[in-house]
Structure formats: structure tokens, C-alpha cells
Design a protein around this ligand. Structure first.
Ligand SMILES: *[C@@H]1O[C@H](CO)[C@@H](O)[C@H](O)[C@H]1NC(C)=O
Ligand SMILES: *[C@@H]1O[C@H](CO)[C@@H](O)[C@H](O)[C@H]1NC(C)=O
Ligand SMILES: *[C@@H]1O[C@H](CO)[C@@H](O)[C@H](O)[C@H]1NC(C)=O
Ligand SMILES: *[C@@H]1O[C@H](CO)[C@@H](O)[C@H](O)[C@H]1NC(C)=O
Ligand SMILES: *[C@@H]1O[C@H](CO)[C@@H](O)[C@H](O)[C@H]1NC(C)=O
Ligand SMILES: *[C@@H]1O[C@H](CO)[C@@H](O)[C@H](O)[C@H]1NC(C)=O
Ligand SMILES: *[C@@H]1O[C@H](CO)[C@@H](O)[C@H](O)[C@H]1NC(C)=O
Ligand SMILES: *[C@@H]1O[C@H](CO)[C@@H](O)[C@H](O)[C@H]1NC(C)=O
Length: 494
């Protein structure tokens, strides 16, 4: 039986080519999963504050819980939402039921919540096989409904897979998909490719280790530097089991001739507690795994096979979910307890900043990011000392912070002054991506950086988060691309 891509015209295919360039994840991303199968999970508004306090800007939820979406409105946190498997049969009945789901659950929120993707089901091919043959069709219907609502350029459609869809994962370069799933995966990859979407993959080195702990090196599974494993066929060295599993996904797609679809790791994590037979589940290992994962992701290099494609990863998960069934580990992947205090300490920012809980006290400063565009830095500095209202005489000739006379040093001082002046509010240390919050004091000799006031309470009252101006510059590059799309589309219609 042949397959054809329903509803995707030449016009859309052309547009997808350009969208791909616009939305390619130029930035590595570390998000967290916010699951709510717990008896006492904190209320959504506190969760938003907790995420902000910890600098988390991307989350994934498993459904379209209205209370959660309302809490995220206006927060600028980017959200992947989902259709639970239990709803798939109804949503995927006809194109009209799919359109209705979107109209009820997504359209009312899309203007205020930054929804970036819809995960259609969860591990359907391996856990809900009876729906497999309807899956791609449902994804297309959801996408059609997005087009009808003008949301298709904002929201991607995909479906998360277990690595069990792979027949083999090692060596990565020899990986292939389970052949019985290929009749579904081929049209799915075609769809993902044409719509500028990505393959969602859930990657758990923990399970690989746990089911084979005599053979798999724990240090390799935890991203510890001691171990590297070679793929001699591809002549690549693997620094971690995580990298090897992600590349297995890329190679399996390549074996089907799809080499331009990116992978987004929609789940990965390590349990901090498990049953006696769940080898490796411990707070020490969980802290190491997630901390090293954050470092790995913030490093901005991709995998050995796709070094130019930064990692986009969602950590499973924010809170323990005590209502989940199964082994003890199932209920113990949370980074935070229900009291919103961290279960273990880990730095998710890669900036030497440990997790802040509901009553953690710490001070923060804002400085210029390393390795960013000098032009972007200069524009942000000019803005801060101008419209931003910071008195920059201290970094002018003769000022206490004039030396070292570098753009990085001057921008850092000005950014921090702005950040403190505005009460450390959200986005007051963004500067269009060139500023970053740090937990060390950047002051030196006679140059003093003002510090934030220490109390950061998440559960209780939160120090002022004034509506703050974002630094906005016109991006001629983006505008150029949009213009190009417009012209291409125009040509098509003429
Ligand atoms: C469903 O598909 C039919 C046939 O292609 C089409 O006429 C109809 O407009 C579609 N309905 C929706 C809600 O998209
Ligand atoms: C969502 O966030 C991205 C990245 O910050 C931004 O470019 C985009 O404009 C946001 N979209 C909406 C609808 O807020
Ligand atoms: C491939 O998938 C089929 C059906 O889902 C399953 O029975 C089989 O065990 C899988 N094979 C491998 C190698 O995973
Ligand atoms: C991939 O492309 C090669 C070369 O064009 C072809 O020989 C092969 O059959 C293709 N594989 C699949 C799965 O389509
Ligand atoms: C980033 O990762 C690459 C490849 O794994 C490695 O060579 C490099 O040393 C890492 N850089 C940092 C700063 O960790
Ligand atoms: C904050 O943590 C403390 C324990 O450190 C706990 O007693 C309190 O209930 C927590 N507050 C909230 C709002 O969860
Ligand atoms: C800026 O600060 C300097 C001292 O640091 C002061 O002399 C000057 O008057 C200030 N300028 C403005 C416009 O407030
Ligand atoms: C910090 O607290 C001091 C005194 O308690 C106050 O004068 C200052 O304005 C506060 N700074 C910020 C940024 O809130």
C-alpha cells in the first residue's frame, strides 16, 4: 500500500522549507516536564514562580489542563502541550473531532500562552499499538486545524516515541527502526519534514543501565568524563550513553533517507529513589545525571553525529507524582518535592546556581553572556544607558568601572545596574539573549556591582516582578526571511 501526505500542498511544502530555517533551534534548550499525577502537587501559579526563580523557560505538560494554561498566560515560558492517549480515539475519529479538540483546548490560550508544540499521544507505537494506524492521520488533522486557525507557524505537531521503536541502538551508526513500525514511521517522517516539525524521542539511559548494569558503565550513563565508547563503524567517540541513544535515532531516520528532521528529547531523567532491585536509583546519581545533562545541553554542541544541532531536552520531571503506578522509581523522578523544596541540589543553569526552593535565600547579579555577538552586546549596552535609564558614568572614562575598557565588562556593569534597578523582575536580565543571571559577585577592586536583596520566596510572597520593558531591536534577518516567504507565496498564487 502506498501512502500519501494528506492536505499538504506544494505551497505548504515550499513554505515549510523556509519555516525550517526560521525555527531551527539555534539555541540549546533545557526544559522540565510538569506532570500532575500527584496527590498534593503545588498550585500552577506557584509553579510558574518556581520555574522563573530557577530560570526554566521551557516546560512540557501531558495534557491541556486549563488551570495550568491560565497560570502560564503571559509568562513567556514556552509550553509543549499534549493529547493524552486516553483521548486519542475520540480526538482522532474525524477531521471535525480533531478541529473541535483544537478549538476547545488550544485556540483560547494560543494568544496568551507561548505554546510551541502539540504532542499527539505518548509512546503510541509501543504502548498503544491499536491507535498506530490512525496516528499520522490524526497528526495531520490537528495540523490542518492549526492552519485553519493561523497557528501552524507557531505550533508544531509531533508525537513522542520511546527508544523501543528502535530495533537496535548500538553502535549508533547501525541503528534502525523496528521494521514492523516503518509503514507508520515513513509517512510520519514525511509529515514532520514537510511541516518543519521534529521527531520527539524519550531517552532514558537509566533503563538501559538498570536492565543491564553488569555490562553498562554507570559513569558512561551519568555523563561522567571517565568513559567514552567508540562507534568504530562511524569512527565516532561517544561521551555518554545519552548521546549514543539520540544518535541512534538520527541514524535510524537516515536509514529511511530522512536526514533533515531534528530530534527533540521530550523526556529524560533519573529517579532519586527506587525499589531494592532498581539498581542505580539514588539521589546522588539523579543529581549527577541531571546536573551533567544541564552542562551537556548548555555546552551548545550537538551529538557526535550532529554536532551543529544543539540539544533540546526536557527533564522528567519537576515534581514527584505519587499517584503513578508501577515500580517505586515511577513516583520518584521529581527534582522538587510537593513543598517546592529541591529534593537534591543540582545546577540546571550551568551558571553555578543551585536550585532555589520555596524559601531559598540567595543573591543574584546580571552580566553579559560570553560568546555572544558583539553587535548585540553593543546595542543592548546603548539601550541600557539610554532608554533603559541607567546612569552609565561609572563605566565612562574616569569612572570606577571604566577599566578594563572592554565591551563585555561595560555591558556587564550596565546590565546589572538595570537588573537591580528593576527589582530583578522577569526579563530584566535578558537584553535580547545577551544577558545572564549569575550567583557570584562580579565586583572587583573599586568597581562595585549592586547585589539583589536576598530573599527569594516562591511559595509565599514574591519580591516585586514589575512589568518590565523588553529590549526590542528590529531584526532585519528575520524580516528578510518573512519577505522571502511572502514573495514565494505571492509567486505561487500569481
Ligand atoms: C473535513 O474533510 C472534509 C473532506 O475533505 C472537508 O470537506 C471538511 O471541510 C473538513 N472539515 C474540517 C473541520 O476540516
Ligand atoms: C514564544 O517565545 C519565542 C522565544 O522567546 C518568541 O520568539 C515568540 O515570539 C513567542 N511567541 C509568542 C506567541 O509569545
Ligand atoms: C518490533 O515491534 C513488534 C510489534 O510492535 C514487536 O513484536 C517486536 O518485538 C519488535 N521487535 C524489536 C526487535 O523490538
Ligand atoms: C534511500 O535512498 C537510496 C538512494 O537513493 C535508495 O537506494 C534506498 O532504497 C532509499 N531507502 C529507503 C528506505 O527509501
Ligand atoms: C562541549 O562539548 C564538546 C563535545 O562533547 C567538548 O569537546 C567540549 O570540551 C565541551 N565544552 C565544554 C565547555 O564543556
Ligand atoms: C516551604 O517549605 C517548608 C519546609 O521547608 C514547608 O513547611 C512549607 O509548607 C513550604 N511552603 C509551601 C508553600 O509549599
Ligand atoms: C550619574 O552619576 C554621577 C555619579 O556617579 C553623577 O555625578 C551624575 O550627576 C549622574 N547623572 C545623572 C544624569 O543622574
Ligand atoms: C533592598 O533593600 C534595601 C533596604 O532594605 C532597599 O533600600 C533597596 O531599595 C532594596 N533593593 C531592591 C533592588 O529591592
Amino acid at each position: 500500500m502506498g501512502w500519501k501526505v494528506h492536505g499538504i500542498s506544494f505551497y505548504l511544502a515550499l513554505q515549510a522549507l523556509f519555516i525550517l530555517h526560521l525555527i531551527h533551534p539555534a539555541d540549546a534548550t533545557l526544559g522540565v516536564i510538569y506532570g500532575t499525577q500527584g496527590s498534593n502537587v503545588p498550585i500552577p501559579s506557584s509553579v510558574v514562580q518556581l520555574l522563573k526563580t530557577n530560570g526554566v523557560q521551557h516546560i512540557r505538560i501531558y495534557d491541556t489542563n486549563q488551570d495550568v494554561l491560565k497560570a502560564f498566560a503571559g509568562s513567556e515560558i514556552q509550553v509543549i502541550i499534549g493529547i493524552p492517549n486516553s483521548q486519542l480515539a475520540e480526538v482522532g475519529r474525524t477531521n471535525a473531532t480533531a478541529a473541535k479538540w483544537l478549538a476547545d483546548n488550544v485556540v483560547p490560550y494560543a494568544g496568551s500562552v507561548n505554546i510551541t508544540a502539540i504532542a499527539v499521544g505518548s509512546e503510541v507505537l509501543t504502548s498503544f499499538g491499536s491507535f498506530s494506524t490512525s496516528l499520522v492521520r490524526t497528526m495531520m488533522w490537528i495540523h490542518d486545524a492549526l492552519i485553519a486557525n493561523g497557528l501552524d507557524s507557531q505550533i508544531r505537531v509531533s508525537t513522542p516515541h520511546s527508544t523501543d521503536i528502535l530495533a537496535t541502538t548500538f553502535p549508533p551508526s547501525q541503528a534502525t527502526f523496528n521494521r514492523t513500525l516503518v509503514p507508520v514511521l515513513m509517512p510520519m517522517l514525511q509529515f514532520l519534514s514537510l511541516t518543519g516539525s521534529y521527531l520527539m524521542l524519550n531517552v532514558y539511559p537509566y533503563y538501559t543501565y538498570q536492565s543491564n548494569f553488569q555490562a553498562v558503565d554507570l559513569q558512561y550513563a551519568l555523563f561522567q568524563p571517565a568513559t567514552q565508547v567508540a562507534d568504530t563503524y562511524a569512527n565516532l567517540m561517544y561521551p555518554s550513553l545519552f548521546d549514543a541513544l539520540v544518535d541512534a535515532g538520527y541514524y535510524a531516520m537516515q536509514a529511511l533517507n530522512f536526514s533533515t528532521v531534528d530530534i527533540v528529547v521530550t523526556e529524560t531523567g533519573w529517579p532519586h529513589t527506587g525499589d531494592a532491585n532498581e539498581v542505580g536509583a539514588s539521589t546522588v546519581n539523579a543529581a549527577q545525571y541531571n546536573g551533567n545533562l544541564a552542562k551537556r545541553t548548555n555546552n551548545k554542541t550537538g551529538t557526535p553525529f550532529k554536532p551543529q544541532t544543539p540539544l533540546v531536552v526536557y527533564i522528567y520531571e519537576l515534581f514527584n507524582e505519587d499517584l503513578r503506578t508501577g515500580a517505586t522509581s515511577e513516583r520518584n523522578y521529581g527534582i522538587f518535592g510537593n513543598d517546592m523544596n529541591p529534593i537534591y541540589n543540582v545546577d540546571l543553569t550551568g551558571q553555578g546556581r543551585i536550585l532555589a526552593g520555596n524559601s531559598t535565600q540567595y543573591q543574584t547579579w546580571c552580566v553579559a553572556k560570553k560568546e555572544v555577538s558583539q553587535q548585540g552586546l553593543q546595542q543592548a549596552l546603548d539601550w541600557t544607558c539610554g532608554q533603559g535609564g541607567v546612569n552609565c558614568s561609572v563605566i565612562s572614562k574616569g569612572g570606577a568601572c571604566y577599566l578594563p575598557d572592554t565591551l563585555d565588562s561595560h555591558a556587564s556593569w550596565a546590565f546589572n545596574a538595570y537588573y537591580q534597578k528593576n527589582g530583578n523582575g522577569p526579563n530584566t536580565c535578558d537584553f535580547r539573549g545577551v544577558g545572564q543571571i549569575v550567583s557570584y559577585n562580579p565586583s572587583y577592586s573599586s568597581c562595585i556591582y549592586q547585589a539583589s536583596n536576598v530573599t527569594t520566596t516562591v511559595g509565599g510572597s514574591v519580591p516585586g516582578s514589575p512589568a518590565s520593558p523588553r529590549v526590542e531591536f528590529k531584526s532585519s534577518v528575520t524580516f528578510g526571511c518573512l519577505l522571502l516567504i511572502f514573495l514565494v507565496n505571492l509567486r505561487y498564487f500569481l
